[in-house]
Design a protein around this ligand. Structure first.
Ligand code: HEC
Ligand code: HEC
Ligand code: HEC
Length: 132
């Protein structure tokens, strides 16, 4: 189901992210843009739709699965690893919790030079105050 090339690339990136503080120390450069993630703090938002390790590595694949389930099969409910139910929606679910793109998604993506094109169509969240 997963493309092994992507998994390997993902693992390389994951290991890179995981050990990046070490590289930074070695690389004498200014560690200006090291990801600084802001996580949801509300009581009912303290658990992601899967483990942090899984999300770090596979959220892009999960989003593709979600899109296909919704768009091709009309299935909208996802059961998390802890048995909670979530609507498979980028804007209602992911950014419902991770409500500031600049302080979360962009932190990693800018650091890695990845620019997902999703926000060409999907509404981009700007702050925790955004109403859904
Ligand atoms: C109910 C709130 C909630 C929802 C919905 C949610 N997240 Fe999360 N997410 C969290 C929390 C809280 C963490 C930190 C979990 C931890 O550290 O154990 C997290 C962690 C992550 C991480 C790992 C970050 C890191 O390096 O530690 C990624 C990536 C991520 N989420 C992306 C997503 C995406 C993409 C979606 C939608 C498919 C999503 N999240 C949906 C709350 C949520
Ligand atoms: C912990 C760091 C991290 C966080 C936080 C994070 N991402 Fe990512 N994201 C990545 C990595 C690494 C990739 C893989 C880049 C690649 O494969 O080229 C990626 C890729 C993606 C892709 C695929 C892009 C492409 O062009 O292939 C999407 C979509 C995506 N992320 C969505 C999100 C969303 C939405 C959020 C916020 C809710 C988020 N990500 C938060 C690290 C992160
Ligand atoms: C050309 C416009 C466009 C782009 C670009 C786009 N989407 Fe979508 N997406 C849609 C439309 C239209 C739907 C169908 C909405 C529905 O049926 O609820 C959809 C549905 C989805 C869904 C399921 C429903 C929901 O509410 O989220 C997910 C998940 C999703 N897209 C993820 C992504 C991700 C991740 C990216 C970037 C890698 C992306 N989309 C890029 C137009 C787009």
């Amino acid at each position: 189901m997963y493309d092994s090339g992507k998994i390997i690339l993902g693992l390389i990136i994951f290991v890179g992210l995981f050990t990046s503080p070490i590289w930074y120390d070695l690389a004498s450069g200014k560690a200006a843009d090291k990801p600084n993630l802001v996580f949801p703090t509300k009581e009912d938002q303290k658990e992601c739709v899967n483990t942090a390790e899984y999300m770090r590595e596979f959220h892009m694949d999960l989003l593709n699965v979600w899109r296909d389930e919704v768009v091709r099969k009309g299935v909208r409910t996802y059961t998390s690893n802890t048995g909670k139910h979530f609507e498979m929606s980028l804007t209602k679910t992911c950014t419902g919790c991770h409500s500031n793109k600049a302080e979360f998604c962009d932190q990693c993506h800018n650091y890695l030079g990845v620019t997902p094109y999703c926000w060409n169509c999907h509404v981009e969240p700007h702050s925790a105050e955004i109403k859904r």
